[in-house]
Structure formats: C-alpha cells, structure tokens
Ligand binder design. Structure first.
Ligand code: ASP
Length: 439
C-alpha cells in the first residue's frame, strides 16, 4: 500500500502543526510521499506565507525596498526550524531568493518559494528526501499542464526513492522558469504525484473533517459527507462547495485512485472519501446541498416559438458572440429562459439584448435579477420517487417561492432557482427535511 499525503497551509502553519503532521505520517508506514503547501494562517487575521511572498515581490518588482517584508517571511520558517530543532539552515536559500526577487524572477517564482522552503523544512524534519517540483512537474509552452510528461517523470524519479517530500503548487516551463497552478494548487500537485506513482490512496489533509452536507455558514454543524462520487463532487464544487481545488480531481480520477479528505487537527475522524463509484448506500437520499447567489434570467417570449426552427440557436448565438456562458436554460412552449451569472451578463447586456431582438424578433424580453441557485445533489435520488416532491413541499412550508427548476437527465441533481433573499431559508428547509427529519 502506498499513500500520497498532501498537507494544506493551515496544517503546516506553525511548529505545533508540523508536529501533528509528523505524527500522522509516522503513524502509517504507507504514507511515503508527502506534498506540502506553504505555511498558512496560524490564527484568524494572520497572513499566509504565499500572500506575504506576493506582496514582497510586488515591492521588489517596483524597485522598492522589501527588506522588512522579507525578514518576516524568513522569520516564519526560522521559528518553525528553531522550535522543532531541525538540523537545517535556510540562509543560503534566502540569499538566492532575495537575489532573484531583485532580478525580477517573476510572481510565480516568488509565490512558489513558499512551498519550496516548506518542503525543505518538512523533509529535514521527517528525514525524507526533498525533490524540487521544478524537476518533475512540467507545463507546456502555452502554460497548460503537461500531464503525460509529468506523470512519467514523477513515476521514474520516485521509483527509486522510498520516502520523499515534493512541494505543492509549482512546476517548470519548457524554458526552465517557474510556473504555479492557480491558488490552492498544491491539491493538484498531490493528485499528480498520486497518479504518477499509481498510489493506492491520495490523502488530502486540511482543517476540516471532509466535505460537509451543507455550508456551515448556513447550517450550524452540518454533518460530514462520508462517501461522495466524483460526479456528485463536481456538481457541488461547481456550486461553490470548496475544500478541494477543482483541477485536483482529474489526475487521480483518470488513474482510478480514491481521495480521502482528512482533518489534521482531528486525525481520528473518517473524513470524506471521494470515489469513482460505490455500492455504499448513502445515509440520506441527498449527498449534499450547495448554492450560489448572483444569477440573472433573461426570459424570452414569442408566440409559436415552438415551431420556429433554430430559435434557440439564434438566441444562444448572441451569448456566445459576447463571451457570456449560460448556466441553465429552462423552456416552455412559447418561452425560454437563459440563466447567466449576473455580473458577466451586466457587462454585455445591451449588446446581447439588441442581438436577440434582431435575431429572433421576440414578443417580450424580461430580465429578472438577484436569483440564487441551489443544487440538491445525490446518487440516492436516482430511481427514487418523491425527492422533488419533498423538496418543493419543504420550500412551500418555508414560504419560499421557487422561480426555476431544472433536473439533469442523470437524476443526480435538482437545481432550484429562488430569490436571493430566500436563499438561506431554502437551504435550511431542504437540509431539515432530508437530514434532520430523514424523510
Ligand atoms: N500556497 C498556495 C496558496 O496559498 C497553494 C496552496 O496552498 O495550495 O494558494
């Protein structure tokens, strides 16, 4: 059994957190490859090292003095090294980094040093081999990630190394400069390393015990999700359920490796398993609820719309031409509605509306704003009758007016559109009926 374990920034924010991480790693012999983030926040108003590096580099790039800010970054690492009495001195590394800042080595280079230095520190603390991700994680000329080359390089390099630390978040470009993934990208590195060595499991350690059924800002102490499929996760993540970087799914999914989200501060909690498919019956009919505010609908009416060939295409063409993607498109016989992100649409509103007028000559166009979408997701809904009925009766009891309904053909999710002011109320009503009352 081989596990790749990734630890997020808050798991490695201080010496105390480093101790917990080492204990977790040493408690299971199969945790052989470790992917760390840069030190994150130690307390609520603290600053992540990655953000400190970005600001510091900003000063350097403008030719301003950054000595004070640089010292603070050094201090973050040195305090961990000193407190844990690690046999490591990063002075030379700091000198090189400082010189590269002055030489304007780039924002990505600057940000990547957070993981690079943390990787060195953790490797020294654990007694593992340090591997610079620039040597095994590769990007293409156009900035996209080169999966095949990377997978091969990771596999070959780690084949002869029993235990290693590979920093998250960055890799190298064909011209050897450093490039990072988008924010939170250490998750992606972990997934790539797991795929590269064909790991049995990718453990992603963070500061929560996995995915929760619902946003804890709406429901107090929602239950965690024990097992979720990749498809369900995609639906929930799309609707804003965070925890894991979106791009972290595809490398392991392609290789058939499950992910286990775990809590560094509560290692005994089972966390969430993310799997391709499972025979495990979910505890509740629904797996999760997620939602977002900030949508608008463009409602179009035209008599005999149903018999007008190409009507939909000509409407959608206007959105495409203006670079606005649509989220949903519920339709009736003589009506169709296009659901879009309000802020995206607002920028191109008049171009799109006049385009629609010109293209399909509608009887009426009406715009509704401040819509929230709620996704109720669950493999348990398939072939089960009454799920939609229960959702809508719960919403009716909560006095929430449903403005839109959309059920995908996969029967994996039901999307409900409500007015933004009803959003929290609606989510609570759905959680209540399925989880608290277990109906
Ligand atoms: N340190 C990077 C960030 O803050 C990457 C990561 O933590 O995954 O975004």
């Amino acid at each position: 059994m081989v596990k790749v374990v990734k630890f997020g920034g808050s798991s490695l924010a201080s010496a105390e957190q480093f101790r917990k991480v080492a204990e977790i790693i040493h408690s299971d012999d199969s945790r052989r490859y470790v992917v760390p983030s840069a030190p994150g926040k130690r307390f609520k108003d603290d600053t992540k090292v990655t953000d400190m590096l970005y600001s510091c580099y900003e000063l350097a790039a403008h030719g301003k003095s950054f000595d004070k800010e640089f010292e603070e970054i050094k201090e973050r690492y040195n305090s961990i090294i000193d407190e844990l009495r690690i046999n490591l001195n990063l002075d030379k590394e700091f000198e090189v980094i400082k010189a590269c800042f002055i030489g304007k080595a780039g924002r990505d280079y600057a940000a990547s040093r957070g993981e690079y230095l943390n990787g060195m520190t953790l490797a020294a603390y654990l007694g593992y081999t340090f591997i610079d991700s620039a040597e095994v994680i590769f990007f293409n000329e156009d900035g996209s990630f080169d999966f095949e080359r990377t997978k091969k390089a990771v596999g070959e390099r780690l084949a002869t190394i029993e235990r290693a630390v590979i920093p998250g978040f960055y890799g190298s470009m064909p011209n050897d400069t450093i490039k990072t993934f988008s924010r939170g990208g250490s998750d992606v590195t972990g997934s790539i390393v797991a795929a590269g060595i064909n790991a049995d499991l990718y453990e992603n350690w963070t500061d929560v015990s996995g995915f929760l059924i619902c946003d804890p800002r709406i429901i107090e102490n929602p239950e965690p999700i024990r097992t979720i499929t990749y498809k369900e996760l995609r639906e929930l993540a799309y609707m804003g359920a965070g925890v894991l970087h979106e791009d972290a799914i595809f490398p392991v999914r392609k290789a058939g490796i499950p992910i286990n989200i775990k809590n560094t501060n509560k290692p005994g909690d089972a966390g969430t398993f993310i799997v391709e498919s499972t025979s495990q019956k979910p505890l509740y009919t629904i797996t999760g609820i997620a939602g977002k505010k900030g949508f608008a609908t463009i409602n179009i009416e035209k008599d005999m719309m149903n018999s007008e060939l190409g009507f939909g295409r000509r409407v959608l063409e206007q959105f495409e031409k203006n670079g606005v993607s649509f989220e949903h498109m519920p339709s009736g016989i003589d009506t169709m509605s296009i659901v879009v992100h309000q802020s995206e649409f607002a920028e191109k509103e008049q171009e799109i509306l006049s385009g629609i007028h010109r293209n399909v000559n509608p009887d009426l166009i009406d715009i509704e704003t401040d819509l929230a979408l709620i996704a109720v997701v669950g493999r348990g809904m398939k072939c089960e009758r009454g799920t939609a009925g229960r959702i809508f009766s719960a919403l009716a009891h909560a006095h929430v007016n449903v403005k839109m309904i959309d059920q995908g053909s996969s029967e994996l999710n039901i999307i409900i559109g409500v007015n933004e002011r009803d959003f929290e109320k609606a989510v609570k009503a759905i959680y209540d009926i399925f989880v608290l009352q277990r109906l």
